[in-house]
Design a protein around this ligand. Structure first.
Ligand code: CO
Length: 133
């Protein structure tokens, strides 16, 4: 499996607008993308950092994955997204190696990407996302 880059680091935030403002005011960077992803129960805002992104994730409700994460662990790093050339091939490789997957098959992510999640149980407690741009 070829990991081309850290595509993004996803951060769970309780108040998306306040978090965007904090990044603006503290780091002096401007958001380049905003998207509501109903199927994942999140609204995301992206800041570019070189070829990678910081992804702020606000929950669309308490019974969403990010909503439950915030309830359980509070604000902070939610997942790491690795850029790969072929998510389907990477998933097959992970299956062969016995990794526990959240997604058996690739699905649509934000920005027109193709993604899949690997279960944190296989990754030392860190949720991992594979991202094909
Ligand atoms: Co992500």
């Amino acid at each position: 499996m070829r990991l081309e880059a850290i595509d993004h680091v996803g951060l769970a935030v309780g108040d998306l607008e306040a978090a965007v403002e904090r990044y603006r005011a503290t780091l002096g960077i401007e958001p380049i993308h905003r998207e509501r992803v109903e199927t994942q129960g999140v609204e995301e805002v992206l800041f570019a950092v070189g070829d990678s992104f910081i992804q702020l994730l606000g929950a669309l409700g308490p019974e969403t994955p990010v909503g439950r994460f915030l309830e359980r662990r509070g604000e902070g790093v939610h997942h790491i997204g690795y850029r790969v050339p072929d998510v389907a091939a990477a998933l097959e490789e992970l299956k062969r190696r016995g990794a526990r997957l959240i997604d058996d098959a690739p699905r649509a992510g934000s920005r027109g990407t193709t993604i899949a999640f690997v279960h944190p149980a296989s990754m030392g407690g860190v949720l991992v996302e594979l991202v094909q741009v």
